[in-house]
Design a binder for this molecule. Structure first.
Ligand code: NI
Length: 189
């Protein structure tokens, strides 16, 4: 019984994934688009800088206890699985916690998972604008004057096609095989 329901839920995840794949060049007011932030190197970074590559955008913060580390481990697994093709992929980790996530902090964090991930941060206004473009949410709880507050954040992975548009959105708990298949599809487009 349990096995059957797991199969059914995997099936529905696949169906949902195919439903939310967003066509390129949707009507105006579409999700996504270019933005400018600061990379962990301290240099200015635009999404359009990676045009011609497939992008993965993930919002998070370095103090995250679970979602971010798990997602970054999944991304590391994806890079290994893509092997040589991983050169055609650029993963972007955008901090939603610029107060604590300085470029230096981001650098050591993303490098821990994979040396090719770019950590991005910016002013609160810049980050709020990118979140709005990608319809992402963030909320802070606890004492934000301390170092221990928590941040709830959108946990989708936004896959960006070679033209810089959203190619598909990977929801939390999507099976790894679906993520890999969607990324390969965009690389081979
Ligand atoms: Ni997180």
């Amino acid at each position: 019984m349990r096995k059957t329901s797991a199969l059914i839920s995997t099936f529905f995840s696949l169906v949902i994934m195919s439903l939310i794949a967003i066509p390129a060049h949707a009507s105006s007011g579409k999700l996504g688009g270019d933005f400018e932030l600061t990379a962990h190197t301290g240099e200015s970074f635009k999404l359009s800088d990676i045009q011609g590559k497939v992008g993965v955008i993930f919002f998070g913060f370095t103090h995250c206890p679970d979602v971010c580390p798990n997602t970054l481990l999944e991304i590391q697994r994806l890079m290994v699985s893509l092997n040589d093709q991983s050169e055609q992929l650029q993963v972007l980790f955008i901090s939603v916690d610029p107060k604590r996530d300085t470029p230096d902090k981001l650098e050591s964090y993303v490098n821990y998972f994979n040396k090719n991930i770019i950590g991005l941060t910016g002013t609160e206004e810049q980050i709020a604008k990118v979140l709005e473009q990608y319809n992402g949410t963030v909320s802070f709880s606890g004492d934000t004057d301390s170092d221990t507050y928590n941040v709830d954040h959108v946990a989708n992975m936004y896959l960006i096609n070679k033209q810089g548009d959203i190619g598909s959105i990977i929801l939390p708990r999507t099976p790894f095989a679906v993520l890999e298949q969607q990324v390969r599809k965009l690389i081979n487009q």
